[in-house]
Write a protein that binds this ligand. Structure first.
Ligand code: NDP
Ligand code: MG
Ligand code: MG
Length: 336
């Protein structure tokens, strides 16, 4: 079982007199910068030239610096820009300006674990990864509560990296909820596997396969949409609140019997073998290499696949049906 730490385990003095540079002011950046500042930590924000987030950071009362300048005075440098740019930003703007002994911090292990960022041996490297989106991290903090965080130490040059990381997590509000100890490898590999096999890849294909099966058999797409996509939220909410037991307790006995007889036929041994292959590709770095190459050549396959996904009939029928749901603030993704 994971070791869980709380505010009472932290030594907040290790952040006293230190300056944290928050690089990026998006989902995570705005929450880290504001929560740390409200916890009494000195924060500077670093953004690239022409950043769209600059206005938000300034509106929230931060002086916005270039990444180079933000790093120059920082004792902790927190990387909160998209993972695929972190390597380049590190090499061009962070490494040349890094103070001796400054700690490098991350909210996801991708760039360190897959060697996009190769920190000098004499710097501390830690991760504080909130298990929720930035707006929730901010809202919980202002409510006097917090979002659980993961804490990991990749390099402990000072002998105090874990103490510093825990203090950072607590300044973010994580110590009110619980800070779970992990490693960069565990966080990164499980995160990538989860989004591929279950959360994003697995679920979208499962929904489409169910929808296509019904529509090809002659059922109306509207009805197929309700059964295969819309109702997913009801089921997930039940599992989120009370696990699979609560979901099964809440659905009809017929649904429960169908669940128990059919589920293992859909997610059969072959699917489980495929999941093992996906995990192997994540662990040996094949996926990371493929993703960085895709970025380097301008994302040609990703753009093509996104276009194909957009034209799947479930998207058109979903748009029409969501317009009939007055309680919903229906969203539409901008063109990629
Ligand atoms: P976002 O895409 O929301 O924000 C990225 C920010 O970085 C924006 O402010 C963007 O500016 C800025 N940025 C882009 N390029 C550069 C650059 N070259 N130099 C400096 N800043 C730059 O990212 P997230 O907050 O989602 O992710 C940040 C990190 O947090 C990632 O490592 C991610 O894996 C991790 N994480 C994210 C979670 C989430 O819920 N979103 C949860 C836990 C971890 P601009 O406005 O101009 O684009
Ligand atoms: Mg992820
Ligand atoms: Mg039903």
């Amino acid at each position: 079982m994971a070791t869980v730490l709380y505010d009472r385990d932290a030594n907040m003095k290790v952040l006293e007199g230190k300056t944290v540079a928050v690089l990026g002011y998006g989902s995570q950046g705005h929450a880290h910068a504001q929560n740390l500042r409200d916890s009494g930590v000195s924060v500077v924000v670093g953004l690239h030239e022409g950043s769209r987030s600059r206005a938000a950071a300034e509106r929230d009362g931060f002086a916005v610096h270039s990444v180079d300048d933000a790093v120059k005075n920082a004792d902790v440098v927190m990387f909160l820009m998209p993972d695929h740019v972190q390597g380049t930003v590190y090499r061009t703007s962070v490494a040349p300006n890094l103070k001796k002994g400054a700690a490098l911090a991350f909210a996801h292990g991708f760039s360190v674990h897959f060697s996009q960022v190769e920190p000098p041996k004499d710097n501390d490297v830690f991760m504080v990864a909130p298990k929720g989106p930035g707006h929730l991290v901010r809202r919980m903090y202002t409510d006097g509560r917090g979002v659980p965080c993961l804490l990991a130490v990749e390099q402990d040059a000072s002998g105090h990296a874990r103490e510093l990381g825990l203090a950072y997590a607590c300044a973010l509000g994580g110590g009110r909820a619980g800070v779970l100890c992990t490693t960069f490898a565990e966080e990164t590999e499980t995160d990538l596997f989860g989004e591929q096999a279950v959360l994003c890849g697995g679920i979208t294909e499962l929904i489409k396969a169910g929808f296509d099966t019904l529509v090809e058999a002659g059922y109306q797409p509207e009805i197929a949409y309700f059964e295969c996509l819309n109702e997913m939220k009801l089921i997930v909410d039940l599992m989120y609140e009370g696990g699979m037991g609560w979901m099964r307790y809440s659905v009809s006995d017929t649904a429960k019997y169908g669940d128990l007889t059919a589920g293992k036929k859909v997610i059969d041994g072959r699917v489980r073998e495929t999941m093992k292959t996906l995990l192997a590709d994540v662990k040996d770095g094949s996926f990371a290499k493929d993703w960085m190459l895709e970025n380097q050549c301008g994302r040609p396959r990703m753009k093509k696949w996104m276009q194909q996904e957009k034209s799947h009939p479930i998207e058109a029928v979903g748009k029409e049906l969501r317009a009939m749901m007055p309680w919903m603030d229906a969203k539409s993704a901008p063109d990629a």
